[in-house]
Write a protein that binds this ligand. Structure first.
Ligand SMILES: Cc1cc2nc3c(=O)[nH]c(=O)nc-3n(C[C@H](O)[C@H](O)[C@H](O)COP(=O)(O)O)c2cc1C
Length: 182
C-alpha cells in the first residue's frame, strides 16, 4: 500500500515493486490502492452517528486476511502523509457492526519504505510512521528503505536502481520471515 494516490506517484511504484518481490519470494500479496478506498477525514461525530465508513470496514477485512503490510509513503514536511494517517486512524477504530472482530494492527508485521526527489528519500517520515505503528501494536521490522532522487531510480513503472531493489528485497524478506504471536 502506498501513502500517495498521485497518478504518477513514485511511492506507488515502490509499493508495486514490493508486491512483485513478495510474489517472487513465494508469498501472496494484495495490492491496495488507497484511491479505491476514499474516506472522509476522521471526525468523532461522524463515527458516532454513522459508524465506520464502508471503505474503512472493507479495508479492515482485507487487513485481517493478511499477516504483513508493506508500506511506501512520501514524506511531507518531515512526516508521512495525511492520507496514510487518516486511513490508519479509521482502521484502528472498532467496527460497531462486528463486535468480535479483532483489531487490525496488533496482528500485523510491517515493512517500511519511502522515496522522494530529495537527498534523504523520505527517511524522516519513516520515523513517526514507525512510532505510530509500534504504538498500536504492529511489529515493524528493523530493516527499511528510503530511496533518494526518485527521478533517477525508476524507469516507467519500474524501480530499476539495483541497490534500492536489493534493499527493498531485504525488507520484504524480513517481513516474510517474521513470526508474531497472535
Ligand atoms: C506538502 C509537501 C511537502 C513535502 N515535503 C517533503 C519533505 O519534507 N521531504 C522530501 O523529501 N520531499 C518532500 N516533498 C516532496 C515529495 O516527497 C515528492 O513530491 C514525492 O514525489 C511525493 O510522493 P509521490 O511521488 O509518491 O506522490 C513534499 C511534497 C509536498 C506536496
Amino acid at each position: 500500500m502506498a501513502g500517495s494516490i498521485r497518478q504518477d506517484s513514485f511511492n506507488r511504484k515502490l509499493a508495486l515493486t514490493s508486491v512483485e518481490l513478495i510474489k517472487d519470494m513465494g508469498g501472496h500479496a494484495t495490492w491496495i490502492d488507497l484511491a479505491d478506498f476514499p474516506m472522509p477525514l476522521y471526525n468523532g461525530d461522524l463515527e458516532a452517528s454513522q459508524g465506520l465508513p464502508d471503505n474503512a470496514a472493507r479495508l479492515q477485512t482485507i487487513f485481517l486476511e493478511h499477516d504483513g503490510l508493506m508500506l511506501a509513503s512520501p514524506e511531507y514536511n518531515g512526516f508521512f502523509t495525511p492520507l496514510l494517517k487518516n486511513t490508519i486512524d479509521w482502521l484502528s477504530r472498532p467496527n460497531p457492526e462486528k463486535q468480535n472482530q479483532p483489531r487490525v494492527f496488533n496482528h500485523l508485521v510491517a515493512g517500511l519504505s519511502a522515496t522522494s526527489g530529495g537527498r534523504l528519500g523520505g527517511l524522516r517520515g519513516l520515523i513517526p510512521l514507525r512510532t505510530l505503528l509500534s504504538g498500536i501494536g504492529t511489529t515493524v521490522v528493523a530493516t527499511q528503505l528510503a530511496v533518494p532522487e526518485a527521478q533517477h531510480k525508476f524507469q516507467g513503472e519500474v524501480l530499476t536502481d539495483k541497490e534500492s531493489r536489493d534493499q527493498l528485497a531485504n525488507v520484504v524478506k524480513a517481513v516474510l520471515a517474521c513470526e508474531i504471536h497472535k
